[in-house]
Design a protein around this ligand. Sequence first.
Ligand code: IPE
Ligand code: IPE
Ligand code: MG
Length: 246
Amino acid sequence: MSSPLPRHVAIVMDGNGRWARARGGMRADGHRAGVSPVRMVIEECVRHAIGALTLFAFSSENWRRPRDEVMSLMSLFVESLEAEIEELHRRGVRVRFIGEREELDARLKASMASSEQITAANTRLSLQIALSYGGRSDIVHAARRLALQVERHQLSAAQLDEPTFGAALALGDVCDPDLFIRTGGEQRISNFLLWNLAYTELYFTDRLWPDFDAPAFEAALQHYAARQRRFGLSAEQLQAADAGAS
Ligand code: IPE
Ligand code: IPE
Ligand code: MG
């Protein structure tokens, strides 16, 4: 049941601050150095025909960082988006944002909306950028939306099943990630895609995000290809199914 390439890769891009500190720089320098690996993973996904990529850029908890750092991240998001959007469009990437937009500043919100609009019809790679995103908040919002439908008699409680709930989430129209990558050495989810990661293969690397290069991404893909995904079945059942298929 394992497939050599993931259809959807989700990445927690962690370690920018430590990368900068190790060089005697400011945390903001680390975030800036993190732009080039973003470009690389997008290119590699397009090259491998991986259909979906979701990047964790800023969590709902990251608002608690010092104001200076939050401001520099927000400026970097606007600047990078405005600089990259034409190229992304040219490459056939559809860009979408998931997370709470209300608190973002007007210019960033406008750049996000126009990037989504410009690239809406692209089909080569579906790129989701999680910005001001929290997995728990995503679940609560879905529950609220569905509760409203029940209140309005558009849905009955008995009709509420896993596919219906999953479809109400931010990634409702994207398949669950096959491969989760976290750089920076921490082995945790940090409130990323809680629902969608139920059966995702997890890959952790000590490499800090600004140092994550194409060979490092390739190594993650190779680890993924070597995993046996069982989805609750026994290894013997999978062997029997494979023998039947060939
Ligand atoms: C990840 O790098 C980027 C964001 C969370 C926005 P960090 O800034 O968390 O870097 P470390 O973990 O402190 O090294
Ligand atoms: C997770 O990294 C969020 C992003 C990479 C955007 P953090 O650095 O915020 O995670 P914790 O706080 O170490 O768990
Ligand atoms: Mg971190």
